[in-house]
Write a new protein. Structure first.
Length: 500
């Protein structure tokens, strides 16, 4: 017995070590599915009106018939629902669907030696169609979602057939019989048609989903599914990778995503949880590939009194560090900054902070444009970020910034603390803060599609997690037609830092 228990404990332990936390999680509640159902019905209704039906052939006792040039004239959308189910993942139920079809018919009758044939135009009215079909969701080898129809049952009410042209009055005498034949045929095929709609059409549109989205020039966000979506009685949930990679070198970040905070209610349609892992893999890759670099020069300082002058009447770096003023008069000091470690984003209840470490190499730019190395300062900064959100963007602004500097290897002798404080306040903070705020105002775009917009959203910072809970608003005909599933623009940020 104890052996069994210890094996069990070991397995549990291993599986919890091996289980990969997602970086990105998407939960859709019953309300969300209800909404999806409304949208689906709207789309199907529109699509049906332009759909060409395939020719139908059938056979009854002694008679063969064909229907061609079929056109849907009237379509009464069903009362339908998509619900979370237990035997399959979802259950799609529809009732009260009605359909009127115009077309041409042709028949051949043969009984013993009696043979005749004819044709004309026909109108078929289907009423009270209902169906119920299971829908199963899964994942393929590349992390894309899959969809497959499960058990199906269907039913239809009376079918009315009306013939026109030729000897139509004769055919109309038998239309009740013909109606029954067509109803039987239709019913036997309907589940096939619906299952095909799911297995082919829905699967095809799912297979076009991109599981990687490019972020600017160098980075990509990987949001492939880690496993098949899970279904509970209250929601359906998908765990996605949520890692940012360097585009031309897809090696994994050397750290794993932390467990995300759990969502405690299901009142909204959609819950999007983003792990701090997304931000940390982004800054890891950016650091690793040397794009967290920035040269701060006097051009970045828009103040009149140029703190980076080596010669001045009032106050400047050349006065606070006299060695510089003496050796490089009438010059400008430049701060070449570079991350020395990947910046780390930490999210706790209500707070988002970024800790960064970097080296600042000081140079003097002489009037003849030549550049002279002065010394290196190690800097450690922490930034508290205040986040707000509107319909399309998460905005960030710097709430507080702390920077600690530490002069190592100075080639010009000891540098006093007052000089460092001056550098931090007048050059670094006053330049970096507005830049970060400017980026923050541009914001981090929310996932959106052209048709679906966030509505009545809320935004929370929880342990390791950014939670967006929202309802959706469906826009049937968006004015602008762009086709990305998710939109992000971080590369521009690096660019705007570097190009200032
Ligand atoms: C900073 O200046 C140095 C020296 O002029 C140059 O080599 C480097 O590319 C610059 N870095 C950036 C990010 O502009
Ligand atoms: C800083 O130097 C520039 C020339 O490089 C000069 O025009 C400006 O007046 C100086 N600023 C101060 C405060 O001395
Ligand atoms: C959201 O904020 C962005 C950036 O400040 C702005 O461009 C956009 O118009 C805002 N959207 C709405 C709906 O207010
Ligand atoms: C400053 O840097 C030196 C050398 O890297 C290090 O030994 C020292 O602990 C640092 N001081 C502070 C206050 O961080």
């Amino acid at each position: 017995m104890w052996l069994f228990i210890s094996v069990h404990v070991l397995c549990t332990l291993f599986s919890s070590i091996l289980a990969t936390n997602p970086g990105f999680r998407l939960r859709i509640t019953e309300d969300g599915l209800n909404y999806a159902n409304q949208v689906a019905v709207d789309l199907v209704t529109k699509k049906v009106k332009t759909t060409k039906l395939p020719d139908q052939n059938g056979e009854g006792k002694n008679v063969k018939y064909s229907l061609s040039n079929l056109d849907i004239r009237n379509f009464q959308p069903p009362t339908s629902s998509i619900t979370l189910a237990s035997e399959s993942d979802l259950q799609w139920k529809a009732t009260n669907l009605a359909l009127e079809i115009d077309g041409k018919f042709h028949y051949k009758y043969k009984k013993g030696f009696i043979k005749f044939s004819g044709g004309g135009s026909v109108n078929v009215k289907f009423s009270d169609i209902s169906f119920s079909v299971g829908v199963n969701l899964g994942v393929d080898g590349s992390g894309k979602p899959t969809i497959k129809a499960g058990k199906c049952s269907c039913d239809s009410g009376p079918v009315k057939v009306k013939f026109r042209g030729g000897l139509s009055w004769i055919y109309n005498l038998f239309s009740g019989k013909v109606g029954k034949i067509i109803a039987g045929q239709f019913q036997s095929k309907m589940c096939g048609i619906i299952q095909n709609l799911i297995d082919k059409n829905a699967q095809e549109s799912l297979s076009t989903i991109k599981v990687e989205v490019q972020l600017g020039e160098f980075l990509t966000l990987d949001y492939r599914l880690l496993a098949a979506p899970t279904v509970t009685s209250e929601y359906i949930e998908a765990d996605l990778k949520g890692e940012i990679f360097w585009k031309s070198d897809k090696s994994e970040a050397p750290f794993a995503p932390p467990a995300m905070a759990t969502i405690t209610d299901n009142k909204k349609m959609v819950y999007i949880t983003l792990s701090e892992y997304i931000f940390n893999t982004m800054t890891y890759q950016a650091h690793q590939h040397n794009i967290l670099v920035f040269n701060l020069t006097s051009q970045n300082i828009k103040a009149k009194n140029d703190a980076l002058n080596t010669t001045c009447t009032d106050i400047c770096i050349g006065k606070l560090i006299p060695q510089i003023g003496k050796s490089f008069p009438n010059s400008k000091v430049e701060l070449h900054m570079k991350s020395s470690k990947p910046p780390v984003t930490s999210i706790t209840d209500g707070h988002l902070g970024v800790a960064a470490e970097g080296d600042i190499d000081l140079y003097a730019r002489k009037p003849d444009k030549s550049l002279h190395y002065l010394f290196r300062i190690a800097g450690a900064g922490s930034i508290a970020v205040k986040l707000t959100m509107n319909e399309t963007v998460i905005h960030g602004s710097v709430e507080d910034m702390k920077i600690k500097l530490n002069v190592s290897k100075s080639s010009i002798g000891p540098v006093n603390e007052k000089a460092l404080q001056f550098l931090v306040d007048s050059a670094i903070k006053t330049t970096i803060t507005p830049m970060l705020n400017d980026l923050g105002t541009k914001g981090f775009p929310m996932p959106s599609t052209d048709n679906l917009k966030l509505n009545q959203f809320d935004f929370k910072l929880l342990q390791n997690t950014m939670l967006i809970e929202t309802n959706l608003k469906y826009i049937p005909e968006p004015t602008k037609t762009k086709s990305t599933v998710l939109k992000f623009v971080p590369r521009d940020r690096w660019k705007s830092i570097n190009n200032v």
